[in-house]
Design a protein around this ligand. Structure first.
Ligand SMILES: O=c1nc2n(C[C@H](O)[C@H](O)[C@H](O)CO)c3cc(O)ccc3cc-2c(=O)[nH]1
Ligand SMILES: C[C@H]1O[C@@H](n2cnc3c(N)ncnc32)[C@H](O)[C@@H]1O
Ligand code: SF4
Length: 354
């Protein structure tokens, strides 16, 4: 599809919105709506970036900073998740935290020279000791870092957020060198070269224009056409929260989100489209009608540390939201079925699941 056509879709009104939703919906290959039963492991909340929308990040001197989550605590949480029947260990944390001396020092005391070395060990232990599969989302990575982590991750992720370079001069990203779209594109492309099943997505409503939304979608499309490793696309709506720099920035409207979700599905019939239910307490069902087919990670054990004010629905509730629309709730692994192949999984992961 061409850029102008996509812009028209994102600006559609009245019955055209209903038509767009129906078209997106018709691309569904099954009546199943998937989710992954996960546990969230925020290894550190120190981060070299300072995104204007983030409540997760802390400064090293803050009372409630987690310089490094201790291995005993991480593994105890993962073992508990195993008992709950979770299958995904989600390692999401601040980018390049080990550039901060206090973090570097804490890691040294544990016997590690960097955060990614620590992450590797924890992923390996997860595979050795439990039924869970690691999915890591630690920010931008170099190719050799991705290559190392591939061995012990079933899938990995990085939100593109947006391709808008312009937002690097606005509160959203002006203090976040790691949100430079070129660096994020590079990471996603390298993951493609390495055949890592990958999750990416867009953060909607951080100041980007409709045209920039289209450009972001087309960039992911270009990458997917070249490498074919994008298993799912998260369409995440910006939520304002007290205390963030963007506190007074408005949230995207329901209509904007509906158009975005449906347009994403139209452009990506080959990928799953994920809308997190906890960020859309009252409107989650509408997105299923607009072509979304995945709820993402849902944890019976841990909070969504990035959006801690937004509790995940209970599985009973998720089941209800899904079945009321005539769909079926189905648990999935952090890696989607088409990627359960030798090409896309390291030996270590293959031993575990195929
Ligand atoms: O609970 C959350 N899970 C997030 N997840 C987890 C996600 O829901 C699942 O881990 C994946 O669907 C894999 O199963 C992300 C994963 C990524 O790879 C990239 C970004 C995110 C963002 C979030 C998030 O904000 N909150
Ligand atoms: C883990 C992902 O969470 C998203 N994220 C960070 N802060 C917010 C917020 N206020 N609202 C919605 N999503 C957010 C970003 O897209 C990040 O990449
Ligand atoms: S969203 Fe991620 S990169 Fe941005 S400040 Fe928060 S932890 Fe850091």
């Amino acid at each position: 599809m061409f850029k102008d056509q996509l812009i028209l879709l994102l600006e559609s009104q009245g019955e055209d919105v209903l038509h767009l939703m129906m078209q997106a919906n018709s691309l569904r290959q099954t009546d199943e709506i998937t989710y992954s039963k996960n546990v969230f492991l925020p290894l550190t909340n120190i981060c070299r970036n300072e995104c204007g929308y983030c409540t997760f990040r802390r400064n090293p001197e803050d009372d409630d900073a987690t310089l490094v989550m201790p291995p005993q605590e991480v593994m105890a949480t993962i073992h508990q998740a195993d008992e709950y029947g979770c299958r995904e260990a989600l390692f999401t944390f601040g980018e390049q935290a080990d550039a901060t001396p206090k973090v570097e020092h804490a890691l040294k005391k544990l016997g590690y020279s960097g955060m990614l070395e620590y992450l590797y060990d924890l992923c390996e232990r997860t595979l050795d000791e439990t039924n869970l599969l690691p999915h890591s989302n630690p920010g931008i990575l170099e190719k050799d870092e991705l290559k190392m982590l591939r061995e012990v991750n079933a899938s990995m992720g990085l939100m593109l957020e947006t391709t808008s370079k312009r937002l690097m001069d606005t509160p959203a990203h002006e203090k976040s060198p790691g949100k430079d779209p070129q660096l994020r594109i590079k990471t996603i492309e390298n993951a493609g070269k390495l055949k890592i099943p990958f999750t990416t997505g867009l953060l909607i409503g951080i100041g980007e224009t409709v045209e920039e939304r289209v450009e972001s979608l087309l960039e992911i499309r270009r990458i997917q056409d070249k490498y074919g490793h994008i298993q799912e696309i998260i369409i995440q709506n910006f939520r304002t929260k007290p205390g963030i720099e963007m506190e007074n920035h408005s949230e995207p409207s329901l209509l904007e989100m509906i158009r975005m979700v449906a347009t994403t599905k139209l452009l990506f019939p080959d990928c799953s489209v994920q809308v997190p239910p906890n960020l859309n307490q009252d409107s989650a069902q509408v997105f299923l009608m607009a072509g979304a087919d995945d709820w993402g990670g849902v944890s019976p054990l841990t909070r969504d540390y990035v959006n801690p004010e937004a509790p995940w629905p209970e599985l009973d509730e998720l089941n209800k939201l899904t079945s009321q629309l005539g769909f079926y709730l189905k648990e999935r692994l952090p890696v989607y079925p088409p990627y359960l192949t030798k090409e896309f999984l390291s030996n270590r992961i293959q031993e575990k699941i195929i």
